[in-house]
Design a protein around this ligand. Sequence first.
Ligand SMILES: Cc1cc2nc3c(=O)[nH]c(=O)nc-3n(C[C@H](O)[C@H](O)[C@H](O)COP(=O)(O)OP(=O)(O)OC[C@H]3O[C@@H](n4cnc5c(N)ncnc54)[C@H](O)[C@@H]3O)c2cc1C
Length: 444
Amino acid sequence: MMAKRLPKDPGPAAWNEILPSVDPYPSLSARTTADWLVIGAGFAGLAAARRLSQICPGDQIAVLEASRVAHGPAGRNSGVMVDLPHDLASDDYGGQSDSDRVQITQNRAAIDFAWDAMKEYGAPDEAMRRVGKVNGAATKKGTRHNREYAEHLLNLGERSELLDAAQMRDLTGSEFYESGLFTPGAAILQPALFIRSFAAGLVSNRVRIYENSPAVSLNREHGVWVAKTPQGAVHAPKVILAVNGHAESFGLYAGRLMHVFTYASMTRTLTSDEIARLGGEPNWAATPSDPMGTTVRRISGIGGDRIVIRNRFTFDPMMEVSDTRIRDVGRNHDRSFASRFPMLKGVDMEYRWGGRLCLSWNGVPAFGEVKEDLYAACCQNGLGTTKGTFGGMMAAELATGLKSDGLSSILDQDAPKRLPPAPLASIGATAQIRYREWMAGREL
Ligand SMILES: Cc1cc2nc3c(=O)[nH]c(=O)nc-3n(C[C@H](O)[C@H](O)[C@H](O)COP(=O)(O)OP(=O)(O)OC[C@H]3O[C@@H](n4cnc5c(N)ncnc54)[C@H](O)[C@@H]3O)c2cc1C
């Protein structure tokens, strides 16, 4: 299997850029062996490596990362680890009750696992905060979505709290929101700090991470997998592929994965005057009440006090987007920022970027043993901080022969459904995204 495409990450990984720079981990420059090879150092890959090290202490684990740790999607997301159902294809995130219950159990297992990792690896508090998140609603329709979602959660036995406009202003400083729905179980990450801390913790536990070392081919030779990089090779009996949509680049799940980009902009650090004008809390996450709307983060910490705006989705089967696209979408971000934070007029965006998501038509992961001793923990359906973490943990359990309820629950899910032929899928997905973004109206 040759890797037909390697990842291209458009624009800077801002969350990583605002942290002090660190020396890279070595890149692979020779032939080496390991008991386990993990390909991809995002949420899924690092979770897989940690779970392997728990199940098989003493085994040699190698991780190949095409780029730098925290430069890919894992370091360029909005950092919201959602514990509750979060179906981007629905109007209010809710799905079928039975599968939602399974989803909640899986998501919480992932959040606990991530939390334990941060504590064990001595990560700064800022890397992961278990403070919940809010679904912000800017319109009557958004408020209705929130109420419907709250009712759905109640039926699942889950607590949530409806916030009014004044409570939303106290949290965000913004008068933009007419209501919000607070759910306490979500965690918020400084995603790059989280991923860096995770990787550093693994390395201090003898996991070998190779950066700037893309697997360009993966083949089985005499019963052992051989992953070649431009300057070396890893020979390992078992491999976990944790490359999200790039599974398709290896010829796996062909015609079953949808490659989508979403985009974000981050302000420069706010001055103390601006922080005073803004008001609100220093660290929060507001996902939109309409899944097609805008996610907003406020962060304050090592990289300054900033606001991050994320919105827009585009369907890009070639897994690449142009700089022009980043610039165009940036205008959307500026509008979304200005409407929410008029008191911050004149505050510029310092960073703009895009990042890959991988979705399947039926909203399931690309998970399981795909060839003998080759396991996939891919296709996170846009919620990779939790779903990727869970997929990575479970791939390690599957590969080591461990049995658990979590593993049974992910193995019970269907396989990703075949997409319509390429031109139809492209036209259909683009039309659907545009229509739903248009319907999101002011929530965007
Ligand atoms: C702007 C934005 C906002 C988002 N917000 C959220 C959010 O708030 N919450 C949430 O849950 N999710 C969010 N996401 C989605 C989330 O980032 C992804 O779902 C998640 O990163 C997927 O995790 P992963 O480990 O499966 O894959 P990735 O994080 O993509 O990691 C896979 C890694 O594999 C590497 N790789 C690929 N090919 C190769 C190869 N051939 N050899 C070696 N390495 C390879 C890549 O470089 C990459 O680092 C957001 C995404 C974006 C872009």
